[in-house]
Design a protein around this ligand. Structure first.
Ligand code: THU
Length: 136
């Protein structure tokens, strides 16, 4: 359960980091704010590259920052884009590795929520660590 303060902080963080998006090719800026179960917030934005496949999504930047910092349990992620587009399949898979039950909140730049659902609803039947007998 997210507190109102956490929700507010996540939206503010996603909006703030979105301003740092490096997306000269798509011009589609994305901001993500990831809340760990320990209460920390990690921010990510999309970073594109002239060699297109080398770019990375906002959600994965946030997850990788958190994991590199020793955090693997996620409570929620807020993703802000101009039209409230939902996280791509690769980002869903990366989030599912660690926290299949994390709440995903997607919003447009006006702050309107376009989708709010646990990750396992966005990626049902995910292949995961259990298939390889691993505990993340
Ligand atoms: N993008 C994200 O950052 N997250 C997603 O889940 C979907 C797409 C980025 C990748 C690329 O920089 C731009 O949005 C257009 O695809």
């Amino acid at each position: 359960m997210l507190s109102e303060t956490q929700r507010k902080d996540l939206f503010a963080g996603a909006k703030q980091i979105r301003a740092h998006s490096y997306s000269p090719y798509s011009k589609y800026a994305v901001g993500a704010a990831l809340l760990t179960k320990s209460g920390k917030i990690y921010l990510g934005t999309n970073i594109e590259n002239a060699a297109y496949p080398a770019g990375i999504c906002a959600e994965r930047v946030a997850v990788f920052k958190a994991v590199a910092d020793g955090e693997r349990d996620f409570a929620a992620i807020v993703v802000v884009t101009r039209d409230g587009g939902t996280p791509c399949g690769s980002c869903r898979q990366v989030l599912a590795e660690f926290s299949p039950d994390a709440l995903v909140i997607v919003a447009n730049e006006a702050g309107e929520i376009t989708r709010e659902a646990p990750l396992h609803e966005l990626l049902p039947g995910a292949f995961g660590p259990k298939n390889l007998n691993v505990q993340p």
